[in-house]
Ligand binder design. Structure first.
Ligand code: 13P
Length: 255
């Protein structure tokens, strides 16, 4: 974590959790716990139907509300999808793209992730771009190649200037929702590979300015050690983002 060069971002990914009423109650609970914690940005990415309630509850606080996905077309015959224009019209600035659950269960590929990323950026949104290796890839020793390739494919056509609106979330798939966390050393090493890839694509200055989060069973116990690593600039948090006290402890660890 290097606050002089880049912003630390602690983001919750609620996934398919919280009705509007539950989101309101949760934001009201967590709001005072993270108030004034200005050394990091605090974001919760919510299911589409929950966004408005969460935004209303977060009004006047340091909490920002984002979405969990976005389609690449502006509008049209894409049943069940939501465009970047629709999200920005609702005041939504942040969006997660490329989460491994989207890739694993909903057939998203580096190509669709790239299209969605470019569409969101073109609409003026800030993207939390998720990538990471699966267990077999780590065990085969090809993690570095996999994340470098994902970084290149997912950002194809994204300009250096647009990179100021991109946060990368390194999420080893084997660590998501499993209770298995990457060691701080593994997180540091792989976030470093991503940063090196960004340097090759965009130059050192962009690479040094890009926030790279770690995600995958980050919790109130391991956040301090992970966030202490120089290439780990924040966290994307699933399970622990649904429990106010746990999330607060992670924000505290980022201070
Ligand atoms: P968990 O923190 O529940 O492992 O989820 C991580 C994640 O997928 C965040 O996007």
């Amino acid at each position: 974590m290097n606050p002089t060069k880049r912003r630390t971002v602690i983001a919750g990914n609620w996934k398919m959790n919280f009705t509007p009423a539950e989101a309101t109650a949760f934001i009201n609970e967590v709001k005072p716990l993270v108030a004034g914690k200005d050394n990091c940005d605090v974001i919760f990415c919510a299911p589409y139907v929950t966004i408005a309630a969460a935004q209303e509850a977060a009004k006047g606080s340091n909490i920002k509300i984002g979405a969990e996905n976005v389609h690449f077309a502006e509008k049209g015959a894409y049943t069940g999808e939501v465009s970047a224009q629709m999200l920005t019209a609702c005041g939504v600035e942040y969006v997660i793209i490329g989460h491994s659950e989207r890739r694993q269960y909903f057939g998203e590929t580096d190509e669709t992730v790239n299209l969605r990323t470019k569409a969101a950026l073109a609409a003026g949104m800030k993207v939390i771009l998720c990538l990471g290796e699966v267990k077999e890839q780590r065990l085969s020793g090809i993690t570095d190649e996999v994340v470098a390739m994902q970084t290149k494919l997912d950002l194809l056509g994204v300009t250096a200037d647009q990179m100021k609106n991109v946060i990368i979330a390194y999420e080893p798939v084997w660590a998501i929702g499993t209770g298995l966390t990457a060691t701080p050393e593994q997180a540091e090493e792989t976030c470093g590979v991503i940063r090196k890839t960004l340097a090759a694509l965009y130059g050192e200055e962009v690479a040094e300015a890009t926030t790279i989060q770690y995600g995958g069973s980050m919790n109130e116990k391991n956040a301090g050690e992970l966030l202490a690593k120089p290439n780990v600039d924040g966290g994307l948090i699933g399970g622990a983002s649904l429990v106010a006290e746990k999330f607060k402890a992670i924000v505290d660890a980022a201070q």
